[in-house]
Design a protein. Sequence first.
Length: 564
Amino acid sequence: MPTEGAIEGAAPKPSNFIRDIILEDNVSGKYGGRVHTRFPPEPNGYLHIGHAKSICLNFGLAQEFGGKCNLRFDDTNPSKEEVEYVESIIEDVKWLGFDWEDRMFYASDYFDQLYAWAVQLIRQGQAFVCDLTAEQIREYRGTPTEPGKNSPYRDRSVEENLDLFERMRLGEFPDGSRTLRTKIDMASPNFNMRDPVMYRILRAEHHRTGNKWCIYPMYDFAHGECDSIEGITHSICTLEFEDHRPLYDWYVENLGIHHPQQIEFDRLNLTSTMLSKRKLLMLVQKGFVSGWDDPRMPTLSGMRRRGYTPEGIRLFCSRIGVSKTNGIIEFALLENSLREDLNRRALRVMASVDPIRVVIDNYPDGQVEEMDAVNNPEDESAGTRKVPFSKVLYIDRDDFRENPPKQYFRLSPGREVRLRYAYFVTCTGVVKDAAGEVVEVHCTYDPATRGGNTPPDGRKVKSTIHWVSAAHALDAEARLYENLFLEDAGEEKDFTDTLNPKSLEVRTAKVEPSVKGAAPGTLYQFERVGYFCVDKDSTPDKPVFNRTVQLRDTWAKIEKAQKA
């Protein structure tokens, strides 16, 4: 695991209530000063940005206090689990920068022990085999204002329960026909304590144990016991498990085993973002997205493909904090954290994602110059590169207005601007197509301003725009992503109604030749346009770029305000 300071993007450790609990435990000598956490994902889907908060919290606290953090797969429901998900989780946690060393475990590692503990509770008269159906169990459970009713099978003898449970294990009964339930209190105000199910019959091949088992433990039973086996001290989970904590405690106390402390914190909710694995799976299965790693998805694999950095995500997680109250975080905060990191590491290049042709009439035909360009002004060690300049260029269409509004200082008829790293140019005219749309801009240049420097007469311009030499430009596919959802889908019954039909726009861009052959995952800032990442679909002849995040565009804000 990286040491403190080795993880770029980590902010100074702010205090939070979980950190304070650990500090108090260490002072009191609880757990002998040990700090041992775990990240326990279910291998039934890909991890998303919400999991990143839990990963950073669990591994981060262990790291801060010189402790350990395990990676443990909660593989207790083989009907929904796949090896693909296991492999993706391993890759994502490593990508975020964390190392569980030799401590990767599975709940299935402990199936024999969990079964033995279930038998122990039966022998202690605290568990029974129940023949009620799932629907009948719900009916018997009662309501928030009325106590539940005891199962008619609750008073079976220990001997009968032991026999039936063993026969459940041997596969003598159909799926769903019997369960093993804990005998606690059907009048408890906490529904989780009303004789919860511990084991169900489920014939499904397990990705690790095959067909050895046809009964599987429920999460509430397996969770605390797996924590206990691994010597976990602080079992950190999200707030929806707060009402499950009395059951967590009941199991470990009545089994007489090591008792970890369960602590709940607020889960991550982001505006205009869906963080339900079930619904994300539906998007994949119904073809609304190209897969779990579609760059519009909030999965870590999707964000990685889009160009998000682990440092940016860790920085975001450190900034949102940890509390006991669920809230919602603006997506813009994630983007701001990402920009801050990308600004330090992304190489600058010039590109036009909506190109319009520019002809410099007084520039010599056939002449090509090489201009010195800075690779990253935030990183002097990144050096410089040569960028070809010629008579015919491409600029972004947004950088030209035939009839400019107020406060627009980019290129327009009669106006002079600076071409980055090159010359001052003045617009002298335009060429339009049959529909009246400008398809070509004509300019003159001032040779005395080479390198974009201020001319001898000292005149200044109010705008600098980027460009690409037409003769040297690479044709590239630019995939411009917006939020997958138009609004917060929340508890919408048909959440697909809120999908953004414009979440992906594909354009043919013109990019400077320095990007040729760039490997997938290479990060760039297209100057004054946004941050882009080379996609895995790229070929040597046709690079493909995913827009990671837009730059803050002052003019776009002005234009939006004017339209409003």
